[in-house]
Design a protein around this ligand. Structure first.
Ligand code: GH3
Ligand code: MG
Ligand code: MG
Length: 247
């Protein structure tokens, strides 16, 4: 249109006429309905009303789709840390176990539990504790591959599912997380909180179990060993604790 304000996203070098119609629903701007035609200004003007009708018809379904995505996200993600919740972990573990058995692939499960976390709350307050959990969740999610699944199992316990990773690979990866965890989760708030550490147990399919329950139980047993051996270490099923100082 001759006197219209040009939209920023439109490539002005490209020929033709552009119609950009903001899409609104429930008082929110959802996006822009953008039409581009070959140069035919008269026709574009004629079709303006039609395009506006299409844009307004599309806005509500689009808002509904977005709402559905938000609700789905809320139902599968942990509110504090943003990583997946236990419900999603259980669903994913069952699916990954089926997939691994079908393809004859390995699958590792790591259970991570923050060390002496009660002391963090006691000494620095629940706010600092929540902050540490948030930073830890973000650190885990950012440190693994996209196909790995990071979940908050509950409290200060997290589960990481590692498809197509065997025990050695999983222990290496989790131990690397362990070594980087302190610095990565200190944050910027001056709470004086010491770096957090975690202990972890690792179990793998097929060696340590062929069902979600067996794998979680085995990883939990290994975690218990890691705690008993002094914390801040990673233990795989059937192995002796990897000493934090020796690592
Ligand atoms: P351990 O090394 O044996 O695991 O010791 P721990 O203190 O971490 O274990 P314990 O099970 O005794 O305590 C867990 C603590 O985690 C206690 C609880 O207050 C804290 N916690 C659990 N969920 C949250 C949370 O959402 N926010 C905060 N701030 N703390 C939490
Ligand atoms: Mg703990
Ligand atoms: Mg715990």
């Amino acid at each position: 249109m001759d006197n219209a304000v040009p939209c920023e996203h439109v490539d002005h070098a490209s020929p033709g006429e552009h119609l950009c119609i903001p899409m609104h629903a429930d008082g929110e701007t959802l996006g822009v309905f953008h039409l581009r035609t070959a140069p035919a200004p008269a026709e574009v003007t004629e079709r303006w009303a039609q395009a506006e009708a299409v844009a307004s018809r599309l806005a509500l379904p689009l808002a509904n789709l977005r709402l559905r995505e938000t609700l789905r996200n809320q139902s599968i993600r942990d509110g504090l840390t943003g990583v997946f919740n236990r419900y999603y972990m259980e669903e994913s573990l069952a699916r990954e176990v089926r997939r691994s058995i079908r393809h004859g692939a390995t699958l590792s499960v790591a259970v991570l539990d923050l060390d002496h976390f009660k002391q963090v709350n006691d000494a620095h307050g629940h706010g600092a504790g929540d902050d540490a959990l948030r930073l830890f969740g973000r650190f885990l999610a950012m440190s693994v591959r996209e196909e790995d699944i990071v979940c908050r199992f509950g409290g200060e316990e997290f589960v990481v599912l590692l498809p197509e990773v065997d025990t050695d690979g999983a222990v290496d990866l989790v131990d690397r997380l362990r070594m980087n965890c302190g610095a990565a989760t200190l944050g910027t708030s001056p709470t004086g909180r010491p770096p957090i550490t975690f202990s972890a147990g690792v179990a793998s399919l097929p060696a340590d179990g062929m069902t979600p329950e067996e794998l979680l139980k085995a990883a939990d047993r290994a975690l218990y060993q890691a705690k008993s051996a002094g914390r801040n270490r990673v233990v795989a099923v059937g192995e002796t604790a990897l000493d934090a100082e020796a690592a």
